[in-house]
Design a protein around this ligand. Structure first.
Ligand code: EPU
Length: 310
């Protein structure tokens, strides 16, 4: 049971589906909507005392929650200082809960270059920095100068760029929750920058099913190749299981329709993985984070195989 202090920003048995881009999944034991560093520290300390796992939730754009939900504390940076942005002559300091797409557009309007590669990538500053989100136009880690975090025991830390260990969809931030980030941006002619932003946005919208029930690319690109190309080559484009379907627009997206369950998406993930393994000899690794009990999608039974359809 949460106490009165936590009850001002925490809810028990809160359904998580509305907080994710998939719109799927069951409830969190506790959902914390923190709007200050004090609230964040208080809920982390409480979760530690109760022995409950903590799940940091950004925009919910890269997560698939199990139909059973999660038996832990889901933490959102829901407002207040976590949504603040301070502009600098050559950059910005943004809270971990700031929407990265909106931040990128504001930077473009100010003639500050560096974040336009994030056009069309949904997520919060914290979530995107932690996983070094990006694509072929660039990665967010390229423009990060400094990060402030709090860990699961409530300890705060400042990270310099050289400590952040950015790689393909990863960083050294691990379990730390991002409170705010300083970006280094380059003052640039704003018309040319706007044209570049619009070009990236157009490339995204023409090749990806943006805005539908999905969590972006499901699998990481294997070294030197594209997961979307491999899934396409393995004949999975349009493949469906229950209410989940491999997008006909981009094969590395699995889209969920209104009646879908998280289990449908999980099963389709397993089927796609198996087909790509058999036909291309490549073991695809998940980019989407799975939360909850259904996390093991390594094996697919014959039943699942026959259940899939084009
Ligand atoms: N392709 C196919 N069939 C498909 C999809 C792609 O043949 O169904 C081919 C394309 O023709 C192209 C190649 O695969 O030759 C690469 O495709 P694309 O340019 O769409 O890029 P990607 O590698 O699939 C990456 C990121 C995206 C990011 C884009 C653009 C990963 C896993 N994906 O996609 O990120 O938006 O570059 O910058 O790194 C995400 O992280 O959720 C995500 C969507």
């Amino acid at each position: 049971m949460i106490d009165a202090a936590l009850a001002s920003f925490c809810v028990e048995r809160e359904p998580l589906a509305p907080y994710t881009w998939y719109r799927l999944g069951g409830p969190a034991r506790v959902l914390a909507n923190a709007t200050s560093a004090e609230q964040l520290a208080a809920v982390l300390a409480w979760a530690g005392r109760e022995g409950l796992p903590v799940y940091p939730l950004g925009a919910g754009a890269n997560v698939l929650v199990s139909d059973d939900g999660v038996d832990g504390v889901v933490v959102r940076l829901a407002g207040g200082e976590f949504h603040d942005v301070h502009w600098l002559a050559d950059g910005a300091v943004a809270g971990g809960g700031v929407d990265v797409g909106k931040l990128a557009l504001r930077a473009v309007r100010r003639g500050l270059a560096g974040l336009e590669c994030m056009a069309g990538i949904p997520g919060t500053v914290g979530g995107c920095v932690r996983m070094n989100a990006g694509g072929r136009f660039g990665e967010i880690g390229d423009v990060v100068r400094r990060v402030w975090t709090v860990d699961r025991s409530g300890c705060r830390r400042e990270w310099e760029r050289r400590e952040l260990g950015f790689g393909y969809r990863c960083s050294a931030l691990g379990d730390h929750i991002v409170e705010r980030v300083e970006f280094v941006l380059t003052p640039t002619d704003s018309e040319a920058l706007r044209a570049r932003y619009d070009g990236i946005w157009a490339a995204k919208t023409s090749s990806q099913p943006l805005g539908t029930g999905s969590a972006g690319c499901v699998f990481k690109n294997p070294p030197g190749d594209s997961a979307g190309r491999l899934i396409d080559r393995a004949g999975c484009k349009g493949l469906a299981y229950g209410g989940a379907r491999v997008s006909p627009v981009h094969a590395n997206f699995i889209v969920a329709s209104g009646g879908a369950a998280a289990a449908d998406v999980l099963r389709l993930i397993a089927i796609v993985r198996k087909r790509v393994r058999e036909q291309c000899g490549v073991e695809l690794e998940l980019e989407v984070k799975l939360w909850g009990d259904d996390g093991d999608v390594a094996e697919v039974g014959p039943l699942l195989e026959t259940g899939a359809s084009h």
